[in-house]
Design a protein. Structure first.
Length: 226
């Protein structure tokens, strides 16, 4: 799934003060860089040396340097656009619930390469090799071939809330729902623990061995999970 924050190289990329994107050191939260972006992002993706960020407003995709936050390019992608996937040569940007067409931009320059109409309803984009999973099907951006993508077996939150993230840990799985319930599951699907860690959660990532980062609206917190 795509989210309004990301984790890479042991650091956290988060939205701050309504219009800023900041890179925080995972060890102590120190700000490494701070860049203007826009309102709360629909998606933030770190891929290699690049950051791709899609704020709610303006309806533009931003490409920044992961090292220092310097802008590389920005392009209009229409509104509302809510999903982003980076492949080796392209960046795919899709509409929310099929409201806007799927666009492929040149990764280096941001130039538009092609568009495709069609619903992006269902699961958010996921990376699958050099392609993307859209609505449960894998899209090859060069040939348009598609084939069914296997569904991941992820336990559903016992609270009945919407799942916003899951990460694999040494002895099973950790999941987070949008009400902020963090649940730990054994490899056989047995729930081990359930803790509320945020009032409104928006995402979950593995920060490093035995450490996770949870993002809420306006908060980022790191937890040890053993």
């Amino acid at each position: 799934m795509t989210e309004g924050f990301a984790v890479a190289d042991g650091d956290v990329l988060a939205h701050e003060r309504s219009t800023r994107l900041v890179r925080l050191a995972g060890s102590d939260g120190t700000v490494r860089w701070d860049a203007p972006l826009g309102t709360w992002p629909h998606a933030v993706v770190v891929d290699g040396p690049d950051v791709f960020a899609l704020p709610q407003l303006p309806g533009r995709l931003f490409c920044l340097s992961w090292a220092n936050g310097e802008p590389r390019w920005t392009r209009d992608v229409g509104w509302p656009a809510g999903q982003v996937v980076a492949s080796p040569n392209l960046v795919l940007v899709g509409g929310r619930r099929g409201d806007t067409p799927l666009r492929a931009l040149d990764r280096a320059t941001g130039e538009l390469r092609w568009t495709r109409s069609g619903s992006t309803a269902g699961p958010a984009f996921e990376v699958s090799g050099s392609g993307a999973v859209v609505g449960g099907r894998t899209l090859d951006p060069t040939s348009w071939r598609t084939h069914p993508a296997p569904a991941a077996a992820v336990p559903r939150p016992t609270s009945g809330e919407r799942l916003v993230g899951s990460v694999a840990v040494a002895d099973g799985l950790v999941t987070l729902d949008n009400a902020g319930h963090l649940e730990r599951w054994a490899s056989d699907g047995t729930r081990l623990t359930r803790t509320r860690v945020a009032g409104r959660a928006v995402g979950l990532h593995m920060l490093g061995p035995g450490r996770i980062v949870v993002a809420g609206k306006g908060t980022v917190a790191v937890y040890d999970v053993g």
